[in-house]
Write a protein that binds this ligand. Structure first.
Ligand code: BGC
Length: 773
């Protein structure tokens, strides 16, 4: 790879030959126009026409949504053969959790807590995407989200900034590899900068108002981690943040990302994000485009505000040529790093995709990803695993489904190649167990909802995401009960359609739809009558309120939307060929009234319990609800196994430390059950006395450990003062001496603790309480 100096010299020379229009052209991202061989995909209001002619005139820097190699080739050929300066284009796409092979949705995959596996899914997605001509993916979404009403919680890694940071790094490494110009690398794009996951009331695109300290502590760390891992681009958020639309937030882009973190890639707006500032009420198209470029936003996604107004803004002095030069340079540098000037087609071969897409090794990783992502929420009387014997009643609107299992943002997934739960189970059962099937209910009976869930379906399509069965709900129920009555075990596959989550899919009610509750109720009654267990397999890509289902079932597996190999992976778990090991990366509330609810909350002056878990009974004049407990239905980090793990008390190698000494904290983990299994051991730290209030505990480490029955392992965490740091003020990131509580355990609520004392140096003692000087 050439050096940074070579890149600089190359880009400087190129820019010296560019007109102002051509420079602005590099800052413009457009889509294929109608008739160019691609269906138009829009997630907002954008007009695309004359794409070929614009490329010829040097007025396009990047193309979004050209998804077929012959289309990509054609556009690239125009750029490098027919435009004056022959500058190649970047082809970008939303490759969110796999491409043609779908992996579990990001929230699901995060539940694996397996960074190598996550990185591998990104690497394989990159390989499939490049085969289609894509060189930049709009992923990972690293928005920390603590509101399950928000449909895009599905696209991120949950509620925790530490875990979110590790996943951001893994994804960036997986997509980009060591060399962006390698034939199977794509450029990552961290999104949405910033605060998008904190949309008020969980309603998509909504306003965000949050202190800078909270932003720095919870929202920004995964972006910073992604930048440090070398992410080549960042996408701005749609929302306004503390009164400033994120597309025009100079503090975020220039002060924090560029100056503080050293980000040297390029910023791209979200889809018409610049234009939408007009609705935010900060100016007309010319004014908002000027605001965006001056704040540091380099590329305009499909809005053409830059293309149509920046020249005039230069002429009247409202934008300086330096801003244009900076933005244009960043885009050209990205092209240089991607190797496009040397090889604009990066080995793109229209015959290639067939060989790369859905390759056996990719499907094998997809299956493993399903196995490691599923979270066992309940398993009374060892209802699971199932025996490969007798009769299994497989029931539910999602049991024999291929359309919903890819999950949201899976437009390129090959649906025919997906394995339904029914196919997976039947194949895995072989001739040892009989599987009987009944649909039992519609995903929902609400016709408005059905229409919304089918928004991307063709009107006359014979099969859609959500269907109203021609039979009456009563007839479907009767069939389901008849099937269930003959079986040795009932497995009900229930949950959300894929379009229940994702962009613009917020919900105020996160219960399972009523039609499915009625079904579960009937199945539960049947199961009590026959004495045969009821197992719920729950699909969805957000936390759901599952308290009622927990009471009306024997076992519950949160299986998410698992992608192409969902049926096989779930069958591996249901039959006990593998043991569940997933753990929630987001808190599951008891009801929507508890939202926002997350483990790393602050304590009040009147907490319900002293340990901060708030798992206590109601008391007057305590911070609590009259009508609900404070603690969640399932806490962060929660997930059961078929086997049992025993945690020893926490051992520390020192209980008093100074300065930059290292602490070793450990537990002995023993597999006391009958199955081989994996456990994610979690480390949390509490800083109980500080100059400002702090969360009751914060995740600071985790290790996924594999143990055979009877096997024991010591799990050791190295802790340094880096792990104690926080934003003391907006501009001061450091640690304060004193006592620290070290927690190690199986989830955020269930930990063992040890307390250590840490001083800056042996001679200085920390005051017991109160603000630090
Ligand atoms: C989404 C982005 C996405 C973009 C391009 C927007 O609506 O917010 O996450 O990358 O569309 O498709």
């Amino acid at each position: 790879m050439s050096s940074t100096n070579d890149m600089h010299a190359f880009v400087t020379d190129l820019m010296s030959r560019m007109t102002l229009e051509e420079k602005i052209g590099q800052m413009n991202l457009t889509q294929p126009s109608h008739g160019d061989g691609e269906d138009e995909i829009v997630t907002g209001e954008a007009k695309n026409n004359g794409t070929e002619e614009k490329i010829r005139q040097g007025l396009v820097g990047s193309i979004l949504n050209a998804r077929r190699p012959h289309v990509v080739r054609r556009y690239q050929k125009i750029a490098v053969e027919e435009s004056r300066l022959q500058i190649p284009l970047i082809f970008a796409l939303d490759v969110i959790h796999g491409h043609v092979t779908a992996f579990p949705t990001p929230l699901a995959l995060s539940s694996s807590w397996n960074m190598d596996l996550i990185q591998e899914t990104a690497r394989l997605a990159a390989r499939e995407a490049v085969a289609d001509g894509i060189k930049q993916v709009y992923s990972p979404m690293v928005d920390i989200a603590r509101d399950p009403r928000w449909g895009r919680i599905a696209e991120g890694s949950g509620e925790d900034p530490y875990l979110g940071s590790r996943i951001a790094e893994a994804m960036v490494r997986g997509y980009q590899g060591d060399d962006l110009s390698a034939p199977d690398s794509v450029m990552a794009c961290l999104k949405h900068f910033a605060g998008y996951g904190a949309a008020e009331a969980g309603r998509d695109y909504n306003t965000v108002d949050m202190s800078r300290l909270k932003l720095q502590e919870t929202i920004l760390p995964p972006f910073r981690a992604g930048v440090k891992a070398g992410a080549g681009s960042i996408m701005n958020a749609f929302n306004d943040l503390n009164g400033v639309p994120a597309s025009a937030d100079k503090w975020l882009m220039t002060d924090v990302a560029r100056e503080d973190w050293g980000f040297d890639g390029f910023f791209v707006s979200d889809f018409t994000g610049i234009n939408e500032m007009i609705k935010h009420g900060v100016g007309d198209l010319k004014a908002v485009s000027a605001l965006a470029v001056k704040a540091g936003l380099d590329m305009d996604m499909v809005g053409e505000g830059y293309l149509t107004t920046l020249k005039q803004s230069i002429e009247d002095g409202s934008v300086s040529i330096d801003d244009i030069d900076r933005a244009c340079r960043k885009v050209l540098e990205a092209k240089y790093k991607l190797g496009l000037f040397d090889n604009p087609y990066y080995g793109m071969d229209p015959a290639n995709p067939e060989k790369i897409h859905l390759a056996p090794e990719t499907r094998a990783v997809a299956r493993e990803a399903v196995v490691q992502s599923c979270v066992l929420l309940k398993n009374d009387n060892a209802a699971l695993p199932l025996k490969r014997a007798g009769t299994i009643a497989l029931i539910g609107p999602l049991a024999n489904d291929k359309r919903n299992i890819p999950g949201m943002w899976a437009g390129n997934t090959n649906i025919d190649a997906c394995v339904s739960i029914m196919d997976g189970l039947v194949q895995s059962a072989g001739d040892q167990a009989k599987v009987l099937y009944a649909k039992g209910a519609n995903i929902t009976d609400d016709l408005d909802e059905v229409e919304r869930l089918n928004i991307f379906e063709k009107k006359d399509a014979p099969v859609k995401n959500a269907m109203i069965d021609p039979r009456s709900p009563a007839d479907m129920l009767a069939e389901a009960v008849a099937v269930a009555s003959q079986a040795d075990v009932i497995v009900a596959v229930v949950g959300e359609s894929k379009e229940h989550t994702g962009e613009a899919s917020s919900r105020t009610n996160i219960d399972l739809p009523q039609s499915q509750r009625v079904l579960i109720d009937e199945l539960y009654k049947t199961s009590r009558k026959t004495g045969k267990p009821l197992v719920l397999v729950v699909m969805g890509s957000r936390p759901l309120t599952l308290g009622w289902e927990r009471e009306h079932s024997d076992a519950m597996l949160m299986a998410w939307h698992g992608g192409t190999e969902m049926g096989n992976g779930v069958a591996d778990l249901l039959f006990g060929d593998r043991t569940p090991s997933g753990k929630l990366t987001v808190t599951f509330p008891r009801n929507v009234g508890q939202i926002p609810i997350y483990y790393a909350h602050k304590t009040t002056g009147r907490p319900l319990t002293a340990d901060g878990n708030d798992a206590g009974e109601w008391k007057k004049f305590r911070s609590a609800y009259l009508d609900c407990r404070n603690d969640p239905e399932f806490p962060f980090g929660f997930g059961l196994s078929y086997t049992n793990f025993n945690y020893s008390p926490v051992k520390v190698n020192k209980d008093s430390l100074t300065g930059h000494q290292k602490l070793k904290a450990s537990v002995t983990l023993t597999n006391t059950g009958a199955y081989a299994g994996e456990e994610t051991v979690q480390l949390y730290i509490t800083d109980p006395v500080c100059s400002r209030t702090r969360p009751v505990k914060e995740l600071k480490g985790f290790q996924k450990v594999s143990l055979q029955p009877g096997e024991q392992k010591e799990v050791i965490f190295d802790i340094t003062t880096e792990d104690l740091k926080f934003f003391i003020t907006e501009n001061k990131f450091g640690w304060e001496p004193g006592d620290f509580i070290i927690h190690i355990g199986t989830n955020a609520q269930d930990t063992q603790t040890a307390t250590v004392h840490w001083e800056k140096s042996a001679s200085v003692k920390r005051p017991k309480c109160g603000p630090q000087p």
